[in-house]
Design a protein around this ligand. Structure first.
Ligand SMILES: *Cc1c(COP(=O)(O)O)cnc(C)c1O
Length: 494
């Protein structure tokens, strides 16, 4: 299997190891496999008896053909081990007889980004060997919270890789800050920035674009690499859990083999739901993909009308990981639906005017697979309350946006299929808002909210989020944004 850019019309084809090492294509496009491989009913049946790591290796072997099956099996076995996912990698839970939650938050940072960021560093490490790279890859991340911690946990102590994370010192939650400041590992660094997330992000972007910096790093035997969600190495692991969930639904008798399901995904960057779409294109029996948004409903409008328009008010919501107006991975869908020439044009329009409109035929093709709903803050909180009071199921704010969308879809269409709902974070990761949704109370501080939520619901605080305030603060420092380049060089020299 070879890879190409979503924007390129010539046939520059590369191996998956190169795609994972490069992240972004030189023309600004995203890497896509040349074709979407297929999975048959018989293959799904053969996966029923397999462990999560074995299922992962099987799917990887279709996409990452320059990796051996032993390599991907050994990496998956380590990434999805009991040590890292004590309750299993991606267990399913029947919420109400119609909607099944796919819990993607049993990893080290309690959010779904662990599913990709536990395996991708291992794939990158092998990519360095496969491409003859002798230098150290330096992963630079600017984070508003969740991604930074998940990346730190994924890349810690991986050979030939170092990771440095910048975050706004007063722009993340107390839990997020403590999670990062207490990070363990010998190849990690975390630095706060006096400024907001944009300051951190533009600082990182400047460093990536700085030729003198590249030279200086090269002299130290290092080069820059990125861990963000447009990297193919983050996307391919996300296909696995949809296949795995389908197997588990069959094995537990929720559906029969071959029966079609709908899949609902709370969406920001369009990465997670696009992975579900690839699973559908491969042949997994999925009928509709339900795209769920919060008030930043740019994707709801796009899927319903064919116009993507990010010229709109940005809302800060209780599902912050979906507060996004530029859904980068949507480019991959455009590529599959409209081809690379049109994709390049739409992306050019987006950069120039902040919007574009797909053709009627393209919209029809999108609507054949996708439908879209969004939830207001009130609807999100009501979903949390309803799921807990009626079904005893505790969900976080992002999952609740999805649950609202799934319920609205079932009500509106009368669809009788099972809906698989991607549950993207532990309720404890957003305890403050979940507590507010359940009790109407907001006065508690964040760490207090964890205890209060546990007391109210009789559920347990996940180990990675408990006793955070008792851990050693390894990285309490913060710097001015102008000091970022020097701080990067100092870290590489260490
Ligand atoms: C990142 C994130 C999302 C959005 O995922 P995308 O792949 O960007 O659509 C949803 N929920 C949580 C908890 C997240 O961290």
């Amino acid at each position: 299997m070879k890879y190409k850019s979503t924007r390129s019309t010539d046939d520059v084809l590369i191996d998956s190891a190169v795609a994972i090492k490069n992240g972004l294509a030189p023309d600004g496009g995203l890497y896509m496999p040349q074709t979407v491989p297929s999975i048959t009913k018989e293959e799904i049946e053969s996966l029923l008896e397999c462990s999560y790591a074995e299922r992962a290796a099987y799917i990887f072997s279709k996409y990452l053909t320059d990796y051996s099956i032993n390599e991907v099996l050994s990496d998956s076995t380590e990434a999805y081990s009991k040590k890292r996912f004590p309750k299993g990698a991606a267990p399913i839970h029947d919420i109400d007889g119609k909607v099944t939650a796919l819990e993607l938050w049993h990893g080290p940072t309690c959010a779904f980004k662990d599913m990709a960021l536990q395996i991708m560093p291992r794939l990158l490490s092998r990519a360095l060997v496969k491409t003859g790279e002798k230098r150290t890859a330096l992963i630079l991340v600017a984070t508003s919270g969740d991604t930074g911690k998940a990346a730190l946990e994924g890349y810690r102590d991986i050979p030939q890789i170092k990771i440095k994370v910048f975050y706004p010192i007063d722009g993340v939650s107390r839990v997020q800050k403590l999670q990062m400041q207490t990070q363990e590992g010998n190849n990690v660094d975390v630095v706060g920035i006096y400024g907001n997330f944009d300051d951190a992000q533009s600082g990182v972007k400047r460093i990536f674009g700085d030729a003198a910096m590249a030279d200086a790093l090269d002299k130290e035997g290092a080069f820059l690499s990125s861990a963000n969600s447009i990297n193919w190495g983050r996307l391919v692991p996300q296909i696995v859990y949809y296949v795995s969930a389908y197997c588990d639904m069959v094995a537990s008798g929720q559906i029969s083999l071959g029966e079609r399901i709908d899949v609902c995904v709370p969406t920001g960057n369009f990465g997670n739901i696009f992975a579900a779409y690839l699973a559908k294109r491969m042949g997994l029996p999925i009928e509709k993909l339900i795209c769920a948004s919060n008030r930043n409903n740019v994707l709801t409008d796009f899927i319903r009308t064919g116009t993507y328009d990010r010229n709109r008010t940005f809302h800060t919501t209780s599902s912050p990981s979906m507060d996004i107006l530029i859904s980068s991975n949507l480019e991959r869908l455009l590529y599959l639906i409209a081809g690379s020439e049109k994709t390049a044009l739409y992306m050019e329009e987006l950069a120039k005017t902040g919007k574009y409109t797909v053709s009627q035929e393209e919209l029809a093709a999108i609507q054949e697979s996708f439908t879209a709903y969004f939830a207001t803050e009130e609807e999100c909180f009501a979903s949390i309350k309803q799921a807990f009071n009626e079904n005893g199921y505790l969900m976080d704010t992002h999952t609740a946006v999805g649950y609202h969308a799934a319920s609205a879809y079932i009500k509106e269409t009368g669809a009788a299929r099972r809906v698989l709902l991607a549950s993207t974070a532990s309720p404890y990761k957003f305890a403050y808002s979940v507590l507010e949704a359940l009790s109407g109370k907001t006065e508690k501080g964040e760490l207090e909210a964890l205890d209060a939520l546990s007391a109210l619901t009789g559920t347990e605080i996940p180990a990675p989020l408990s006793h955070l305030d008792e851990k050693e603060l390894r990285f309490p420092s913060a710097i001015e944004k102008e000091e970022m380049p020097k701080s990067v060089i100092d870290f590489v020299k260490r």
